[in-house]
Design a protein around this ligand. Structure first.
Ligand code: FES
Length: 109
């Protein structure tokens, strides 16, 4: 049974917009869903996050870490980093601080 969002320590937003889906976002979502089993993690599909040039994109909250070009085969790498507290050190990760607006860019440009 899926974990209620309020009980999970982390939420992963996985873009399911057209560009992300075309570039591996469907597989990324599938891998996140498999990874969520037994973890305090909820996977939330989203519409376009306006960062299409870096598709497929996932965002981890409350860490506020954007993960560009996160294909399904990289999800395990991210999970290992997450378990070790190194999420911010994943290659390509962008940390968006609370004063940083809505994200890393308007459609990545
Ligand atoms: S479709 Fe995913 S960022 Fe635009």
């Amino acid at each position: 049974m899926p974990r209620p969002v309020a009980e999970a320590s982390r939420r992963v937003l996985v873009c399911q917009g057209a560009v992300c889906r075309e570039r591996g976002g469907i597989e990324a979502r599938h891998e996140w869903l498999l990874a969520a089993r037994g973890r305090s993690l909820v996977v939330v599909p989203t519409a376009c996050l306006r960062f299409c040039v870096q598709a497929p994109v996932s965002i981890v909250y409350p860490d506020r870490v954007w993960l560009p070009r996160l294909t399904g085969d990289r999800v395990r790498e991210v999970l290992r980093a997450m378990d070790r507290g190194w999420l911010e050190n994943v290659a390509g990760a962008i940390v968006v601080r609370s004063d940083g607006g809505d994200g890393p860019g308007d459609n990545g440009e």
